[in-house]
Design a protein around this ligand. Structure first.
Ligand SMILES: C[S@@+](CC[C@H](N)C(=O)[O-])C[C@H]1O[C@@H](n2cnc3c(N)ncnc32)[C@H](O)[C@@H]1O
Length: 255
């Protein structure tokens, strides 16, 4: 009897201690129809849906998932986490600490938390910083999403890589030398985070004689999607944050 009551007590303690699971859910680049069925189900069923937002409370990830959130369970609530839009890592880390603490509070109460991630959660995704803070303490799962790179190739109807071609992703935050090396070494190159770096990227494409192979895309999958086939026509000024360049080799049609 004593053993039984100890077992019961331990089961009760385990039940009391059961935490929620953190789901990092990719919502794709913009078109809600590119949400996976799994993402759709998890978002609709989630007791808590979290996402990063700017000072005005706006969130691209939330906007993409808005149609699913309109079907959320009664009683479900949203947990927006403000993120300073600057490159200051100290401020960003403080915001991630605060965000992770607020998510942890929900998980400790046994609530599953679905964290919405633009594109794919683990591809240049801020979710990595929350995962880093929470995965040792709570069960975590990641649901992949369609990345902007894959969506760009689809929007262009062009293969990213074929046969023995090499492919690299760089960022407008890389140095001139890094971007030049990528453009000179690899046949297919995607340059993310092009917004502030647009003028510099155009100069580097010219410098490496790859400007004729480059195409520019912004807001892929959204109503204001824009594709520029001849990037020489682009003005050398800063563009929106959600923009990238795709540089693909000239290909023979039937190798
Ligand atoms: C922090 S990264 C996020 C990448 C995202 N996790 C993904 O899977 O594509 C942000 C960069 O991704 C690119 N990006 C993301 N979504 C985009 C979109 N809808 N249109 C164009 N570029 C996009 C831009 O280069 C932007 O600066």
């Amino acid at each position: 009897m004593k053993t039984h009551s100890l077992q019961t007590q331990s089961l009760q303690t385990q039940a009391l201690q059961k935490t929620g699971t953190l789901y990092g859910v990719g919502v794709g680049p913009g078109d809600p129809e590119l949400l996976t069925m799994k993402a759709w189900r998890l978002i609709r069923q989630a007791p808590v849906v979290s996402y990063l937002c700017n000072d005005s409370g706006e969130s691209q990830a939330r906007q993409i998932a808005a149609v699913v959130l309109s079907e959320a369970e009664p009683g479900a609530f949203e947990l927006p986490l403000p993120m300073p839009m600057s490159r200051d890592r100290t401020a960003a880390n403080a915001a991630y600490d605060e965000g992770a603490a607020r998510i942890a509070e929900q998980l400790r109460q046994g609530h599953d938390v679905v964290f919405l991630c633009e594109g794919d959660p683990l591809f240049f995704g801020s979710f990595a910083y929350l995962l880093d803070r929470l995965q040792d303490q709570f069960p975590c799962e990641v649901v992949p999403g369609i990345s902007s790179v894959n969506a760009a190739a689809s929007a262009l109807c062009s293969p990213l890589t074929l046969l023995t071609e090499s492919f690299v992703v760089v960022s407008g935050r890389h140095t001139d030398e890094q971007i030049i090396q990528a453009l000179q070494t690899h046949q297919s190159v995607v340059i993310m985070k092009a917004g502030q770096a647009r003028a510099r990227i155009l100069a580097l494409l010219e410098h490496t004689s790859r400007i004729g192979e480059a195409r520019y895309l912004e807001y892929i999958g959204r109503d204001n999607q824009r594709i520029v086939e001849d990037v020489r026509r682009l003005s050398a000024e800063a563009g929106p944050y959600f923009s990238l360049f795709v540089v693909l080799p000239a290909r023979v049609s039937r190798p």
